[in-house]
Ligand binder design. Structure first.
Ligand code: IVH
Length: 671
């Protein structure tokens, strides 16, 4: 490979790995399996070694992915929280053992542990009591999620036992047991919420919820695998973990002290099979040098300890033929490639299709039609193509070409620098975009129009009865009843639900419009902040960016939406049909209200009103509600058992803390 080509490949790999880091750590929506991720990272590391002139300290090979979110207060890790080097092969494991023994100059004992697949946490205890809990973050600092971690029943809040150091850290993994995960997803499906992809994502998502009462309702658990601090009970990691267990912490009893690499290999082999019977997910085994002094001697690289390695189990794979690729166009115009495969049996089901995500993915895999591809099921994620068997590629095969025009309407596709997707810009008349917008409009969390689903929307569209969401309000029962697949009853049902939907509150109507990047929460914030669609439509860029949690991306999208004359005519029509385009008077913001110019954070449980009601009150009285305490916060409204992180941040920053009654007095609602 030439240096120039290598540079292009390195850049592509860095962009992709950074994107996957955000998907995994920040959004809890991974698009690729760990194995595919590790392959990308391995390729990047190899290229950076071969072409050292392209090394860079900000390369994802040099730092760990970050889970930090703005909503939490960040705390520094007293001991950095690193990642682990991975291997999938016995040869590399034996090489690891050889290196360690060479450094040590003697035989070495290893502690073998399960690599539990959850979200990592570092918990500090001081004077035998829980002090705080922090996520891995960027390794240097993480989010203070103490309030959420305190809801975990199996985690001791104060401890008794022998040789407890004055201050110590326990690190471990927050998880959902498989059965609890199943029940959680069942409940989510029932209430119309998106199910979680796997227990790890559910755990990582839950510890980042802002509402710790909601967290308490979910049965999280925590296994510990590491003790850190001064004056530890022993110089053996294994003995320390036995001690941690005796203090009341959960430590997996699968942990084993091995005196040779052969014993380690046996341990790995045993758990590859036995892991199916565990009641939580693991993705491998962690092998650690047991002696803490030898650990310090071996030290760390920028990202990982040299004294440990993770042996990861490969997800089940199958190989099959790539028949063709279809390109699907979604509501926002994003074009997603889907691979059509020769059916193959994999981990319990027959797989015919696999997702590919975007054009970069096709390029990364260098896919050709008719290729023999490897597919894999990672957790419960839909199957993915993870590699190509280049050796049996037929010489006449052509690389898969990403279309330059929309497969549905023929318009030339567009792409911005920041996004991985290609978009069809034909917002007005590209059929799947129109149908997608209608489907979004009628969905449960938007206008909740029952009796209409994807198929009916398709029918109404093809019969030319509906071309946009306003047309729904012009539908006549007689015309609907005449359609072949609908009867009188369904027709009446549709008309009834459409009529009923005019009562939907403004914030949901705003969400239903499907303005790009305006999700449920943003719609609610905007509705409260501006009070009516007219005020929102007139808002300047400056006014919009001043609103908490509204960044430049959302601002641009709102401005674009209201600059489109078609959208304005649509809104005029919807208003005529009686949809709510303003908050009720009582919930409108008083621009010169008693709280105007004040930024307020809420924490804890309240007696007189719910948290939601307080948020609305703050906004209505001209104040700004914010989810995290910063130097710009005016005060913290604190109820019963407030989150320790917010209280601590308020104290540190000198932010005034007021209780519920004082707040009500202040706004004149309590005499
Ligand atoms: S030791 C410096 N032990 O795997 C030592 N990690 O890929 C770092 N993990 O961030 C961690 N089970 O979240 C260790 N028995 C175990 C583990 C474990 C799961 C996670 C942990 C870590 C990640 C690294």
């Amino acid at each position: 490979m030439k240096a120039e080509e290598a540079k292009r490949r390195i850049d592509l790999l860095r962009t992709e790995i950074n994107r996957h880091n955000d998907l995994y750590y920040k959004l809890n929506k991974p698009e690729i399996s760990d194995f595919e991720y590790d392959l990308l990272m391995h390729e990047l590391e190899t290229l950076e070694k071969l072409f050292p002139e392209h090394k860079a300290s900000d390369s994802p090979s040099q730092k760990i992915g970050s889970d930090i979110s703005r909503e939490f207060v960040q705390l520094d890790h007293e001991y950095p929280m690193l990642s682990l080097a991975n291997t999938y092969s016995n040869e590399e494991l034996i090489e690891f053992d050889r290196r360690i023994k060479k450094s040590a100059g003697r035989d070495v004992s290893y502690t073998c542990e399960l690599k539990i697949d959850g979200a990592s946490i570092s918990i500090k205890y001081s004077d035998a009591r829980f002090n705080y809990a922090v996520t891995r973050g960027d390794g240097e600092k993480g989010d203070n999620v103490s309030a959420n971690i305190l809801t975990i029943k199996s985690l001791p809040k104060s401890i008794t036992g022998e040789r407890v150091p004055r201050d110590f850290f326990v690190r471990g993994e927050i998880i959902f047991h498989r059965e609890d995960f199943r029940l959680l997803n069942e409940a989510r499906l029932e209430s119309g919420e998106q199910p979680f992809v796997n227990p790890r994502n559910a755990a990582a998502g839950t510890i980042k919820l802002l509402d710790h009462v909601a967290v308490a309702a979910r049965p999280l658990d925590c296994y510990l695998y590491y003790l850190l601090g001064k004056d530890l009970p022993s110089r053996s990691h294994y003995e320390n973990m036995q001690r941690v267990a005796s203090w009341g912490f959960k430590v997996s009893d699968a942990m084993k002290l091995c005196n040779s690499i052969d014993e380690v290999v046996d341990y790995i082999k045993y758990w590859d099979n036995a892991r199916k019977n565990l009641d939580f997910d693991i993705d491998g085994v962690v092998i650690k040098v047991d002696n803490l002094d030898l650990q310090s001697e071996l030290g760390y690289t920028a990202k990982t300890p040299r004294w440990a390695v993770a042996y990861k189990y490969k997800a089940e794979q199958a190989s099959t033929r790539l028949v063709s690729i279809s390109f699907q166009v979604g509501r926002t115009g994003a074009v997603t490639p889907v691979a059509n495969l020769e059916p193959v049996f994999l981990a319990g089901t027959t797989v015919k299709r696999a997702s590919l995500h975007n054009a970069d993915q096709i390029k990364l895999l260098d896919l050709h039609c008719n290729d023999t591809v490897f597919i894999e099921k990672g957790g419960e994620i839909i199957p993915k193509i993870v590699g190509v068997d280049g050796e049996i590629r037929s010489p006449d095969s052509r690389p898969v070409a990403f279309p330059s025009s929309c497969p549905e309407c023929g318009t030339a596709l567009q792409k911005t620098e920041e996004e991985a997707n290609w978009y069809c810009p034909n917002y007005r008349s590209c059929p799947p975009q129109i149908k997608g917008r209608i489907e979004h409009f009628i969905s449960r969390k938007a206008m909740d129009i029952g009796g209409l689903g994807e198929e009916t929307v398709d029918l109404l569209y093809s019969e030319n009865l509906v071309r946009n969401v306003a047309d729904l309000y012009e539908l006549k029962a007689e015309a609907l009843a005449e359609l072949e697949r609908l009867g009188k009853r369904s027709a009446a049902n549709i008309i009834r639900s459409v009529r009923k939907s005019t009562g939907t509150p403004f914030h949901r109507v705003l969400y239903a419009l499907g303005i790009r990047h305006v999700g449920e929460t943003t719609a609610r914030t905007l509705a409260h902040q501006f009070g009516s669609i007219e005020r929102l439509a007139e808002a300047s860029r400056e006014e919009l960016t001043k609103v908490p949690d509204i960044g430049p991306k959302i601002t641009s999208s709102i401005i674009d939406y209201f600059s489109d004359t078609d959208n304005i005519s649509l809104l005029v029509r919807l208003k005529e049909y009686g949809l709510n385009f303003a908050m009720p008077e009582t919930q409108q913001i008083e621009s010169e209200g008693i709280l105007s110019g004040r930024t307020i954070v809420i924490s804890g449980v309240f007696v007189h009103h719910s948290r939601e009601e307080y948020k609305e009150m703050i906004m209505r009285l001209g104040g700004k509600y914010s989810s995290s305490v910063t130097s710009r916060t005016d005060f913290l409204l604190s109820g019963e058992s407030p989150g320790p992180s917010k209280t601590e941040a308020a104290r540190n920053l000198g932010v005034q803390i007021i209780d519920e009654e004082s707040f009500l007095l202040m706004i004149g609602q309590l005499s």
